[in-house]
Design a binder for this molecule. Sequence first.
Ligand SMILES: Cc1ncc(COP(=O)(O)O)c(C=O)c1O
Length: 328
Amino acid sequence: MFTFPQARYTLLEQPTPLAPLARLEKRLGRSGLFIKRDDHMPIALGGNKLRSLEFWLGAALEEGADVLLVAGAPVSNQCRLTAAAAAIAGLDCVIIHNDAETAQSLRSSYLNRIFGAEVRFVGSISEESRAVRIEEIAEELRAVGRRPYIVGSAVIGALGYAMAALELLTQVRESGSPIRHVILPGSMGPTEAGFTFGNALLGHPFDVHLVSVEYGQADLAARIARIFGELQHFVGASEVQLDDARIHYHMDYLGPGYALPTPEGENAILTLARTEGILLEHTYTAKPFAGFMDMATDGSIDPSEGLCFLHTGGVPTLFVQDQLFQTI
Ligand SMILES: Cc1ncc(COP(=O)(O)O)c(C=O)c1O
């Protein structure tokens, strides 16, 4: 069922931890709270994109690539993790940052250089122009005999999170944890669509709660549906259906927008840090965790049904977010 027509390069030998949040349960007066630690991985400070990179690397090596090309902001988790994964696989890595080269942006992206990546700043251009630019740079590399692979295919990256659904269900069964609801950020889509697809392949053991950190509901739902459809086609599983009743969109936590802090997000960061010693950051995980705490306490979910927060990582971003806090 989970044999996909795509080679996988193993970066993660072990499942990430599934842990109870016992001190938070005490604080909130509600049992059945868990965290899946995809922030807790052995490579480059971890994060969701390592699961996707197993399949992106598989595709790159299958094509005979010798250099990975990836684009993102200077603080991009995808760029950092691609640089590390390229180093592990013995490939070169070229990173394109859509930002001006300043002391601040160089500082924000310096981990990429530690992993040996070549970093190019192309100015603050739109995502569309960035996609054009990355193709041009790929062409330039081909012209000098290199074989670039552009990292980022949504459908290939999503396979990593289909596998994560299987990994989580296996842990739930082995540990007897009563997890019914999984809460994760809603953003560009591959992580969420992949998890939803894996959940569907497994017969929908989980209700999936997406807390938007970037888009409006119609846009986010359209992204999920599109990638899910591509996965059906790619995997050859047209019988596996997206069940709208098992996906819940939570739009109340986005606040002023992507990467902009909210008081609820700040409270979530401080609460998890001060009960469990686990870090979140403002862009991807603080707002979903605020949603998780509300779901745990507002009576919307039956007390017998466990809740699991899927921590997708991104913690290194905290080092450039100190100015975003209001209360510390
Ligand atoms: C830490 C973290 N969480 C969540 C996401 C969102 O993942 P996706 O782009 O698959 O929606 C990202 C994306 O970069 C991320 O870095």
